[in-house]
Write a protein that binds this ligand. Structure first.
Ligand code: NAP
Length: 482
């Protein structure tokens, strides 16, 4: 099965922060890969913007170097053609100088997307100057990165800054987890099959586990992370989005507002989390490197690099089915997976000695994206009826053929969706605010109680208390496997 590439119309993409880490490591390589796939060409232009006084040629050399470092090498002709679409303008977001040069490069009558790949403190001056320079029209789109705020109040401020200049339909808040192939497949599996949806409720689902485990630490992001922690960095956005997609009601249509309305209802239905249903952790020194406190240079840091919690969606579908979320740095393996743990069969006709195995649907986001359903069968061979559970494995690469082994990355898909004007996989302003409204009291509780995270060994599965969180409920975490 060959995946189809549907070309997009020519567009102008302005990347504020074009020299920065995100632009060089993610945005420009994503554009390059879509260019190589033939998704865009013609008169499309990418205009990178930053303060450093590079010329266009100098900037193109930087991009060529970044692509090479990341292993995106192609034949020279393709690379040269890609680079020829890139321009560079240097200006300071706080100054009015340089904006004419930028305006001159943006064409009429085509999509013009402004990617704010800069810190949120630049959103207001950029939004103001984009408008003041006549760059806002019906085809203008604004792309903003996480973190979208530090708490509810700052998220409201950012929303207000953007809403003063742009319509919500023009604002694309990126959570790159939503661009992952498997995340969309989760919706396809749920809503494209008759098989799962009738069972997708508290009557049949015992509980759900969402794990986003990383082996990396926080190197290079120390300052940001020390003020954020795992709750703000991962739970408020990525894990919350995954929870929404698992828990939401079927939208009437796969269209942006229908999907986002249903996600918002899930967030609003979340109960507040009791302190004894949350475990915070902080990694200690180990074979993977120094301790968190050494990395941030703060021997008293109480920032968490790990969170495990039990959430509850208080609605008709999920009453009584807990959602266990966990995420952490410097864990034993890099693994993002959602496990839907079904209940045991109500009665075993084979007798308890034959064994019992509940079904588990595992949705793997990384690595090895795919979906596995564990089903119970008879253990082969003579000697009576003994039951074992085996995986029905759907690795997308195996099922869909070798040409699908390398599907577009999250940034590739999301940037093309911006150009197409499809907001389905982007967070709406009210969704982000609702997620902060749920997260803020948890963080405030830690602060008021002077909570100190539990230490855990680098390279482990996290603090022992996270195991207890499950054990108290008569459950246990699935292993964290690469
Ligand atoms: P970065 O490496 O520090 O880059 C910042 C960019 O902004 C540079 O190109 C810088 O270039 C430009 N810039 C700074 N001040 C400016 C000004 N006054 N006017 C115009 N340009 C200015 O940051 P980053 O890691 O790319 O991150 C950018 C944003 O994405 C941040 O909000 C970050 O939280 C978010 N984000 C990053 C990642 C990631 O993997 N890096 C992931 C998710 C989200 P000059 O200094 O030359 O002006």
């Amino acid at each position: 099965m060959v995946s189809r590439v549907i070309p997009v119309d020519p567009f102008d993409l302005v990347i504020f922060g074009g020299t920065g880490d995100l632009a060089q490591r993610k945005i420009l390589p994503a554009l390059f890969r879509r260019f190589c796939a033939g998704q865009w060409s013609d008169t499309t232009r990418i205009i990178a913007v930053a303060r450093s006084p590079h010329g266009a040629d100098g900037f193109r050399q930087i991009v060529a170097g970044s692509l090479q470092d990341l292993g995106h090498s192609r034949d020279t002709a393709t690379l040269t053609e890609f680079l020829s679409r890139i321009d560079y303008v240097h200006l300071d977001a706080h100054s009015n100088d340089g904006w004419h040069a930028l305006s001159d490069r943006v064409q009429e009558d085509r999509v013009r997307a402004f990617y704010f790949s800069v810190g949120p403190e630049l959103f207001a001056p950029l939004a103001e100057r984009i408008q003041a320079n006549g760059l806002v029209n019906a085809k203008t789109r604004i792309v903003v990165e996480k973190p979208f705020g530090h708490d509810l109040s700052s998220a409201k401020d950012l929303n207000a800054i953007l809403a003063a200049r742009f319509d919500e339909s023009q604002i694309y808040r990126i959570d790159h987890y939503l661009g992952k192939e498997t995340v969309q497949n989760l919706m396809a599996v749920r809503f494209g099959n008759m098989l799962f949806e009738p069972l997708w409720n508290s009557q049949y689902v015992d509980h759900i586990q969402i794990t986003v485990a990383e082996t990396v630490g926080i190197d290079g992001r120390e300052e940001y992370y020390e003020h954020a922690g795992a709750m703000r960095d991962m739970v408020q956005n990525h894990l919350m989005q995954l929870l929404c997609l698992i828990a939401m009601e079927p939208p009437a249509k796969f269209d942006p507002d229908a999907v986002r309305d249903e996600k918002l209802k899930v967030i609003r239905a979340l109960d507040s989390v009791e302190p004894h249903h949350i475990v915070r952790g902080q990694f200690s020194a180990g074979p993977l490197g120094p301790s968190y406190r050494e990395v941030v240079g703060n021997p008293r840091s109480t920032t968490e690099s790990y969170v495990a919690l039990r959430a509850h969606v208080s609605n008709w579908r999920w009453a009584g089915t807990p959602f266990y979320l966990r995420t952490g740095k410097r864990l034993v393996a890099r693994s993002s997976v959602i496990n839907v743990m079904f209940k045991d069969a109500p009665h075993s006709i084979f007798g308890e000695e034959a064994g019992r195995h509940a079904n588990v649907l595992s949705i793997r986001l990384q690595p090895n994206e795919g979906i596995t359903l564990r089903v119970t069968i008879k253990e082969p061979g003579p000697g009576g009826m003994r039951l074992v559970d085996v995986p029905l494995d759907m690795s997308f690469a195996d099922a869909l053929g070798p040409e699908n082994q390398d599907p577009p990355g999250a940034y590739e898909r999301l940037i093309m969706d911006v150009i197409r004007g499809n907001q389905t996989l982007f967070m709406r302003g009210d969704e982000v605010e609702a997620a902060w409204a749920w997260t803020d009291p948890i963080i405030a509780g830690w602060q008021s109680r002077g909570d100190v995270p539990k230490p855990y060994d680098s390279g482990s599965t996290g603090p022992g208390d996270a195991e207890l969180l499950m054990k108290r409920d008569g459950r246990r975490w699935q292993g964290i496997k690469p």
